[in-house]
Ligand binder design. Structure first.
Ligand code: NAP
Length: 272
């Protein structure tokens, strides 16, 4: 990655704060923008280039929009009158298709880091969040190879592995592995919570199965609103899988599932 790049981050929460802290630690030329003065004061301990105004991003070569999903479109719109036509603007929101409906006067390349925690805000962000994770890049119009290389270079510098896909395929995939599991985790907790003894007896299996019930509520609501069709299809797929498993040959089918699941993670890391 070219250390002379001026990199802007808007929304210094869990994801934006983690990108900001990691790039500050690497002594990159970083500019941070966030909504509240309180967050900006905390960010000032890492860099003096921080503000509640996006005007400080005028000279940036690359900008990551890391606001909540429901603020991403309006932030991309505001940037149109601020950054140069040569700037690469990216985002990190958990859904991609809804952002790819219009042309932008800058080079817009949507992305989604496949890393996170159930916490939010600058205090919970940390520079190693992306180490060893995957980071999806979903170009949707003609993109200069140089710009893709620049963005991939930053993502690799943050410790993540870039994976290329399309916005639609991305949204379908994350419904299966992230949005449906979150909804199931919440529903599972709700189902058990009517039984006092069940909650008292619950141990690590139930804890692991319901971790996603701790997801950030604003993000969860955005996922359900913006990916409803894919989530519905995933849930129908899940019903069909339950039906299939409960049919004949249950033991052989779960033996096969167990084998694929065992091969997929080595020391807790997805090796596919
Ligand atoms: P977060 O911790 O709540 O951070 C969002 C930050 O955006 C807040 O700290 C807030 O800053 C700032 N903000 C809100 N409105 C703003 C505005 N209009 N202008 C500038 N800043 C604004 O949320 P997050 O978990 O980092 O999520 C951010 C994005 O990352 C979302 O699009 C989400 O889908 C995506 N994502 C999240 C995860 C995850 O696991 N959490 C994983 C991958 C991708 P103040 O503190 O200044 O109010």
């Amino acid at each position: 990655m070219d250390k002379n790049l001026k990199i802007g981050i808007i929304g210094l929460g869990l994801i934006g704060g983690s990108i900001f802290k990691a790039l500050c630690a690497l002594k990159c030329d970083v500019f941070g923008v966030s909504r509240s003065e309180e967050t900006i004061e905390k960010a000032r301990e890492y860099s003096s280039n921080v503000s509640t105004s996006m005007d400080i991003l005028k000279e940036c070569d690359v900008i990551f929009v890391c606001t909540p999903m429901n603020k991403t479109l309006e932030t991309l719109d505001k940037l149109e009158s601020i950054v140069s036509s040569k700037a690469i603007v990216s985002d990190v929101s958990s859904l991609k298709s809804f952002l790819c409906k219009k042309d932008r006067p800058y080079q817009f390349i949507p992305t989604h880091p496949m890393a996170g925690t159930e916490f939010n805000g600058f205090d919970k962000s940390f520079e190693s969040l992306f180490q060893g994770s995957k980071w999806v890049i979903t170009p949707f119009e003609e993109v200069k190879q140089n710009d893709l290389n620049t963005l991939s270079g930053i993502i690799q510098t943050l410790g993540a592995n870039p994976i290329f896909s399309t916005p639609d395929k991305h949204d379908e995939a994350v419904a299966l592995i992230s949005h449906m599991p979150m909804l199931i985790s919440q529903a599972l907790f709700k189902a058990a919570s009517g039984n006092e003894l069940a909650l008292k007896l619950a141990s690590s299996g139930f804890r692991d199965m319901t971790r996603l019930a701790l997801s950030n509520e604003e993000m969860a609501q955005d996922m359900l609103n913006l990916n409803a069709d894919n989530i519905q299809t995933s849930i129908l797929n899940l019903y069909a899988s339950v039906g299939d498993l409960l049919g004949e040959d249950y033991k052989n089918k779960i033996t096969e599932i167990k084998k694929i699941r065992q091969d997929m993670y080595k020391d807790g890391v997805n090796v596919l």
